[in-house]
Design a protein around this ligand. Structure first.
Ligand code: PNS
Length: 162
């Protein structure tokens, strides 16, 4: 059976943790649509177009992964794409409450869409986009947290902001 999965998120910026989930999802599902959420109430460093471009470059080697963006409800987007699976990464118990609420709410909105959780690889379980930006802003090294391409873009944004 061909299963289409959507992996939604802010990806501001994409981290090694996100790439780990993309890599593993690409082995489980026939097609993975990594989609940048446009209407999020967050302070973002990168424009949606920049995040889409970064993800595109980072996932170029996967033939069954594509990058997109969406506005509005995730379940409506998943329906439009013919996806019955939403992939989310779980790093720690602290992620659980929010993910639990979101998965149940999405199920209530669209019974045919299931959320599949993947435990983020142990070595990436402490990485978050917010921590990456904070460490970089204070001059810390982020080489182990994000690919070099992302590191350079984050540092460029920080230099521009100063
Ligand atoms: O990377 P994030 O910020 O944790 O991703 C959260 C995201 C974008 C997946 C979530 O906020 C979302 O799905 N937003 C779209 C709007 C929506 O469907 N909201 C209802 C979710 S119950």
């Amino acid at each position: 059976m061909r299963t289409i999965a959507v992996y939604p998120g802010s990806f501001d910026p994409p981290t090694f943790g996100h790439l780990d989930i993309i890599d593993r999802s690409s082995r489980v599902f026939s097609r993975v649509i990594v989609s940048v959420a446009l209407n999020i109430r967050k302070n973002v460093m990168f424009t949606p177009a920049e995040r889409v471009a970064l993800l595109g470059k980072l996932t170029r080697s996967y033939s069954n992964v594509e990058i997109d963006s969406f506005r509005g409800l995730l379940v409506n987007y998943a329906r439009d794409k013919g996806a019955h699976v939403v992939v989310r990464g779980l790093r720690a118990i602290s992620d659980f409450e929010y993910e639990f609420q979101m998965a149940h709410m999405n199920k209530k909105l669209a019974a045919e869409v299931d959320t599949v959780f993947m435990m983020t690889g142990e070595r990436y379980s402490y990485i978050s986009s917010n921590i990456v930006k904070e460490i970089a802003a204070f001059g810390g090294k982020i080489d182990d947290l994000v690919p070099a391409l992302v590191r350079d873009q984050v540092l460029r944004k920080i230099r521009k902001g100063k």
